[in-house]
Design a protein around this ligand. Structure first.
Ligand code: SF4
Length: 451
């Protein structure tokens, strides 16, 4: 009988990439992807602990599976990822029909745990330390032409709103040679764009021992070397931390033609008082100073950010500071979040939680400001010719969609093959996407965007 699996992924790109590794292990064991939960022999929930009500959603999903599992006791249910690492034995206490709980550091043991569950009943591995990087296993990638590459899971910071250090542990950098070999392997299989993933890419390498030199951040060097891999035409990365940012990274970005003109640079708040309470060890002037240096070195670079509204103790004056910085920074796009306490974080225990209606009202104001800024900056693109990498069909009936080097989504008429590069003239601009018409195919590597 055919053995099948289905993976449901929640949360960030790191989780999406972990799911590709989970699929790689299951495929390698002879399983195939199922179209629905009903047809799946193994169902994996790869969970996120950051989103609000993440645990309620997980238990809701597990509750829906219970009748299926009752009818089909051979079905195996796996809870993986950050919530597995955080809630550990509580998961099987609340949902005893779960067969395997596998934390963020134990993913490479998934098949072993499934076999043990077969023989001996429910299993759990939530070890605290990564011994084998999931990258050592094959991946079933979402696309043939682009790929995520994990460079340093974990984080050594302690932002008071964030659960990541608890569930992912301290930073562990992969060896440069491993990363380059993975990128070269991807390029050999036709991948043209890679996104380097780390919680704090700037400190990549700080925990590696390099013969003949003391440990130091190696991100700039890595960027140059990944950017030079033959066949790779676009390099992206996420996320840098404004505190750990260094000038050599700007130089590497500016001098490596394949590194795209986009940076995701998390602000979180424009108030120094709130940044301090968040334990984000930079201040607004330093943040804006970095932006200026980046924009001077890489003209036309697009900048996106994250902003949290309503952090405990945020006053109207603090929020006004955020509005001011958002206006001055001129972000092309922003992920805006309404603060809500996440169990396990320090900020969840802070006094002065801001009432929900106040958070909502501030959020609406910030959103309106950012929409106006995004639209203004998008309209600057009108009439320009840019290189677009086609991603496939867009949402809501859009025939094709692609992405500029500056990470702007471009809607296109007609069908175009995913993974091809086109030169596009921008004919329409909204706050969230552009529309363009095709001018020509693009063959040359590393064409700098005109924006
Ligand atoms: S830098 Fe801060 S927000 Fe980012 S993962 Fe680390 S603790 Fe979380």
């Amino acid at each position: 009988m055919e053995r099948t699996y289905l993976i449901r992924t929640f949360g960030c790109q790191m989780n999406e990439h972990d799911s590709e590794r989970i699929a790689g292990q299951l495929d390698g064991d002879g399983m195939t992807a199922a179209a629905s939960v009903e047809e799946a022999g193994v169902v994996v929930f790869n969970t996120c602990a950051i989103r609000e009500n993440a645990d309620n959603r997980l238990y809701g999903n597990l509750g829906h599976l219970k009748p299926l599992k009752d009818r089909n006791p051979d079905m195996r249910i796996v809870v993986a990822g950050c919530l597995a690492q955080k809630d550990q034995a509580r998961i099987q206490a609340r949902a005893p029909w779960v067969d395997v709980v596998v934390g963020t550091h134990a993913l490479p043991r998934l098949l072993e745990l499934l076999r043990a569950a077969e023989a001996d009943g429910p299993q759990m591995d939530v070890r605290e330390y990564t011994e084998v990087f999931p990258s050592a296993f094959p991946a079933v990638r979402r696309d043939d032409f682009r790929a995520w590459v994990s460079i340093a899971p974990g984080c050594d910071n302690a932002c008071t709103f964030c659960i990541v250090p608890l569930v992912r542990g301290p930073q562990r950098s992969r060896a440069v040679g491993d990363i380059l070999a993975e990128v070269q392997g991807l390029a050999n299989r036709g991948v043209v764009e890679v996104t380097l993933l780390g919680q704090n890419v700037n400190t990549y390498g700080r925990d590696l021992t390099v013969p003949g030199s003391s440990p130091r951040p190696l991100f700039a060097e890595l960027l140059r070397r990944v950017g030079a891999v033959e066949g790779i035409r676009r390099v992206r990365f996420t996320s840098p931390h404004p505190h750990d940012f260094t000038p050599d990274v700007i130089d590497a970005m500016a001098e490596t033609p394949t590194v795209c003109e986009h940076i995701h640079f998390p602000l979180q708040s424009g108030s120094d008082r709130v940044l301090k309470a968040m334990q984000r060890s930079y201040r607004r002037d330093r943040y804006l100073g970095w932006l200026e240096r980046i924009r001077t070195a890489i003209p036309g670079i697009a900048v996106s950010t994250d902003v949290i509204v309503g952090f405990p103790g945020e006053t109207e004056a603090d929020f006004a500071d955020t509005l001011e910085v958002v206006e001055r920074a001129g972000f092309d796009s922003a992920y805006m979040f309404q603060y809500s306490p996440r169990p396990g974080t320090r900020a969840a225990g802070f006094d002065e939680q801001v009432p929900k209606p106040v958070v909502q009202e501030r959020f609406d104001r910030l959103m309106a400001l950012q929409e106006a800024v995004s639209l203004r900056l998008a309209q600057v693109q009108l009439g320009r010719s840019v290189e677009v990498l086609v991603e496939g069909a867009g949402k809501r009936g859009v025939a094709s969609q692609g992405r500029t080097r500056t990470n702007r989504i471009v809607h296109l008429g007609g069908q175009h093959d995913p993974g091809t590069f086109l030169e596009i003239r921008i004919i329409e601009a909204t706050a969230h996407h552009l529309r363009g018409e095709v001018q020509a195919a693009v063959e040359a590597v590393g064409i700098r965007a005109t924006v």
